[in-house]
Design a binder for this molecule. Structure first.
Ligand SMILES: [Zn+2]
Length: 372
């Protein structure tokens, strides 16, 4: 992500508070790191591994309401008598386990589903839910955000649970498929590969996005609006950008170096790790930009037609390697993500403007940190 300066101190404070709450509960046996690096898990359940989520979502922009269901395919690593998912502010109407109705409770943001699955078995859960999405508390105040001409999601670090039911922790990646129904005059940008847009004949259409690589829940996104698309490519890699009509000409300039950036970072870091890349532009206040896996969300301010914010575009792209592909187990180690993305701003400055300009940029950033 790229923060606005005003929020920086508050967010670091929040991260520090989170870090202080960590305990040694439920550690993986292979984890030998100091105990203070491990995050508390109130549910204490570690005996499962989510393999995939199939998320079906209907968004009524005018009413600011959603309904949908999520099928999770899960491997039981131990004998399981229950599984917990996170969901806050929305109502669960039914839960199925292996396609049969199951009993569950939904209190304090945890859906606890009763089941009886032996170790080694793969099973499915399906949670049906609906309601008006709430935003997470300050300082983040994120989740599914309804604006007059867009609806989009920002979930970093823990707000996926404010718009879809999932095991909302960064240590359990899963492949995610999205099926989003929305007014048919808008487009849906999301993670993965867009397989189809089906007109439902009732003023809505359904867009199908298929994931190919595991992803943490905070990187799942849907970004919707009356977009036009700017298609690019890097070799066989598709690049798919979504901008407003009145941003189109400027965005052509601001995004022009994207294939060259992918080429440069691929040479330095290794091949681009995912099935596509893209950007979708929205008006947002929480972050300047957010590195959703294969579909970064960019703030409107980045589209100027001058390339003035190219380093933000480079930063979010670099996150696809660091933060998205190579990722941290808990948010105590989020520096692995932000440190490398920030370093990549230096690298891209070196590539485009030379070594001295890159060093000057780092020195300036360093001073700006203390000024803030
Ligand atoms: Zn970042």
């Amino acid at each position: 992500m790229k923060h606005t300066a005003i929020l920086l101190a508050a967010i670091f404070l929040a991260l520090a508070v989170c870090a202080g709450a960590e305990t040694t509960a439920s550690r993986k046996p292979w984890d030998t790191r100091p105990a203070r690096n491990f995050e508390a898990r109130a549910d204490s359940l570690t005996g499962f591994d989510v393999q995939s989520y199939d998320l079906t979502l209907n968004i009524n922009h005018a009413a600011q309401q959603i309904s949908g269901n999520v099928i999770a395919t899960v491997l039981a690593e131990e004998n399981l008598s229950s599984i917990p998912y996170n969901l806050v502010g929305l109502t669960v109407s039914e839960v199925l386990v292996n396609n049969e109705p199951a009993s569950y409770s939904h209190t304090n943001g945890i859906i606890n589903i009763s089941l009886n699955i032996p170790a080694g078995q793969t099973f499915t859960t399906q949670v049906f839910y609906s309601g008006t999405p709430q935003l997470s508390p300050n300082v983040y105040h994120i989740g599914m955000i309804f604006n007059p001409n867009t609806v989009f999601t920002i979930s970093d670090p823990d707000a996926a649970r404010y718009w879809w039911p999932c095991y909302d922790h960064p240590w359990d990646k899963a492949i995610v498929h999205l099926r989003v129904t929305l007014r048919s005059d808008w487009k849906v940008a999301a993670n993965g590969i867009r397989d189809a847009i089906v007109d439902n004949g009732d003023g809505t259409s359904t867009t199908f996005w298929t994931g190919q690589n595991p992803m943490t829940t905070y990187l799942v996104c849907v970004t919707c609006g009356p977009y036009v698309e700017i298609t690019q490519n890097y070799g066989d890699l598709p690049i798919q950008n979504f901008v407003m009509q009145n941003q189109y000409n400027n965005a052509l300039v601001d995004l022009a170096n994207l294939p060259a950036m992918i080429d440069y970072f691929s040479q330095i870091f290794g091949p681009y790790p995912f099935e596509k890349y893209g950007n979708a532009v929205v008006a947002m206040s929480t972050y300047g930009a957010m590195e959703h896996q294969t579909m970064t969300t960019l703030g409107n301010y980045i589209i100027t037609g001058t390339g003035a914010y190219e380093l933000v575009i480079a930063h979010e792209l670099a996150h696809q390697w660091f933060g998205d592909a190579v990722s941290f187990l808990t948010f105590a180690d989020v520096w692995l993500s932000e440190g490398f993305a920030t370093y990549s701003e230096h690298l891209w400055t070196d590539k485009t403007q030379g070594w001295q300009a890159a060093c000057d940029y780092v020195a300036s950033s360093y001073h700006q940190y203390y000024i803030n």
